[in-house]
Structure formats: C-alpha cells, structure tokens
Design a protein around this ligand. Structure first.
Ligand code: NAP
Length: 276
C-alpha cells in the first residue's frame, strides 16, 4: 500500500515540496507519495486530523498555519522554542520545526562561521523566529532589525521566556550598522521576493557594509536585489533554496527513517524554480 505524506497551507499556490519529496521517493524506489492540500485557515485542525484518519504518515505545515498547528500536536522542544511547527508525525501526533535545521545546515554547508559572530536578522515573523533560535543556539550574537520594532521586541521577549540564555537584541538598522561590523546578514522578510524583485529589505540611506555575507531565505528569484547589493560591496551572497531542501530532507528522514537523497531533492527544487 502506498504510504502518504503531504503539505498543508493556504493558499499554497507555489510549493516545491511535492516535487522534492516525490523525486526522492522515486529515486529510492519507495512506494510513497507526497500530496499538496490547500487548507483554509478556519479548518487547520481538520486539515491535520483528516489526513491522520486516512492513514497519512506525516505532514509539512506552511504559511500561514505553522503557529496554529502547535495547538493540535505535541510540539518537541525545538518547535516550542520557535513557537511554530512545520513538520508533523501523524503516527505520534508530535510536531517539530525543521526550518531551524534547514537554515543552520545550509549555512554550515557554505562554511559560514557562526560561533561568536555578529549576525543581523531582518524580520520578526516565523522565519525570523527560527533563525534567532538556530543562530543563538549555534553561538552567534544576534541583532534583530524589523520594520515594526515593537513586534521584534515582543518576539524576543517571547523567545527569551522559552530560551532563557538567548543572546539577542533589537536595534534599528542604523544602530545595528554603527554598533560594529556585521559578519552575517539574514533576510527573513519576503521583501525582494518574486514578483517584486527590485525591492530590497536594506533601508535606503543606510550605508551597506563591506564584505558582509548575506543569507537570503528567499529562493525566487535565485539572486535577489539584497544578494546583488552584498556582492557589489565585496561580500558574499547565498540564496534560500538550500534551507528549503534541508528542511525537507529532515522531514523525509523523520517520516521514512531513510537517509534522504539530498542531491535528488536539490535537483527537483532547481527544476521547479527554473519552470516558474
Ligand atoms: P511572516 O511571518 O509574514 O513575517 C514577515 C516579516 O517580514 C515581518 O517581520 C514583516 O515586518 C517583514 N516585512 C514584510 N513586508 C515588509 C516590508 N515591505 N518591509 C519591511 N519588512 C517587511 O513571514 P515568514 O513566514 O517569517 O517568512 C518570511 C520569508 O522567509 C518569506 O519570504 C518566506 O518565503 C521565507 N522563508 C523561506 C524558507 C526557506 O526554506 N528558504 C523557510 C521559511 C520562510 P512587520 O513585522 O513590520 O510586519
């Protein structure tokens, strides 16, 4: 019997996850299938329970359900620390957050040092929360910059309750630049994402630091305006496709117990990107 997994989100217009996972199942000759399920916000609970009733093994959860999903499963320590679930094991009704693993694994794959480094995270949404938890966990000194400072402060206050040793503060972009050299800049906002490809989350008028490494969680386009700015200023730029692939690979391992064919998943994601 075919084993089934899938993704819930809304409106779920673009997701590379079915292509990535189904390519991995095919490559390993596994009788598994990954479905996409567009679940509107008022029926998230049913969107989790119905697949379980039908024998599904697991689910990925994407925008905008990652926070709400926490209420319907038993979150592990990481999901609790981030305050969001992106992967559910329906056999045990437990939830975890593989975005943290995805980001940190991709940074390490690119040899980006984190321990003791000064990292600026742009944004204060779910992706920023995962970044702050992962980066502080890896020993980085994190500064959060967000359009709404109040939201950033609330995020850190909340994360500090869950992670008492959190090494992070909120600053304006100006102050973050003036306070010292930035080793790594992580974009966890959607600014610059297709179709608004000429936009950058870097505030105009603030001097762009030289030699900084940018990690942009956006993967469409592959080269964002922010990434161009980094390279124009002698820095390095990494797009978010690797984070997407590694968070998927972690979910694959969790559900199947099988080592994921990460390169196959990368190729499928690149094909999807090229077809957009
Ligand atoms: P979210 O919860 O909606 O948060 C969005 C954040 O971006 C907020 O802090 C918001 O600021 C800020 N923002 C939005 N529009 C802005 C603008 N025009 N100017 C300045 N700031 C703006 O979204 P999310 O779930 O955290 O996702 C953020 C991004 O990460 C998305 O592009 C998503 O695709 C990407 N992501 C990628 C991966 C991956 O695997 N590569 C994984 C997760 C997420 P305010 O608080 O002021 O509103």
């Amino acid at each position: 019997m075919t084993q089934r997994v899938g993704i819930i989100g809304w409106p779920l217009t673009t997701t590379f996850s079915p292509a990535m996972h189904n390519a991995a199942f095919a490559a390993l000759g596994m009788d598994w299938h990954y479905d996409r399920m567009a679940i509107p916000p008022d029926i998230v609970r049913l969107g989790i329970l119905e697949p379980q009733r039908h024998g599904y093994i697991g689910l990925n959860v994407t925008i905008p359900h990652k926070e709400e999903a926490l209420r319907y499963v038993m979150p592990d320590e990481l999901a609790r620390a981030v305050g969001a679930v992106n992967t559910i094991d329906l056999r045990t009704m437990t939830g975890t957050n593989t975005d943290v693993y995805g980001l940190i694994t991709d940074l390490r794959a690119h040899d980006v040092a984190l321990e003791g480094r000064r990292v600026v995270v742009l944004g204060a949404g779910g992706a920023a929360r995962a970044a702050v938890v992962g980066l502080t966990g890896a020993g980085a000194l994190v500064v959060v910059v967000n359009r709404s400072m109040e939201r950033a402060r609330a995020m850190l206050a909340n994360l500090s309750l869950l992670n008492p040793r959190l090494n992070a503060e909120v600053l304006t972009l100006d102050d973050a630049v003036e306070a010292g050299p930035i080793d790594l800049l992580v974009n966890a906002t959607p600014v610059g994402m297709y179709p608004a490809v000429d936009e950058s989350p870097w505030v105009q008028g603030v001097p762009f630091p030289r030699g900084v490494t940018v990690y942009d969680m956006i993967y469409r386009p592959a080269q964002t305006r922010l990434m161009q700015q980094a390279e124009q200023h002698g820095g390095r730029a990494i797009g978010g496709l690797g984070m997407l692939v590694h968070q998927g690979a972690a979910a694959f391992k969790l559900w199947t117990g099988v080592e994921p064919p990460v390169e196959v998943m990368f190729e499928a994601a690149r094909r999807e990107l090229a077809a957009q």
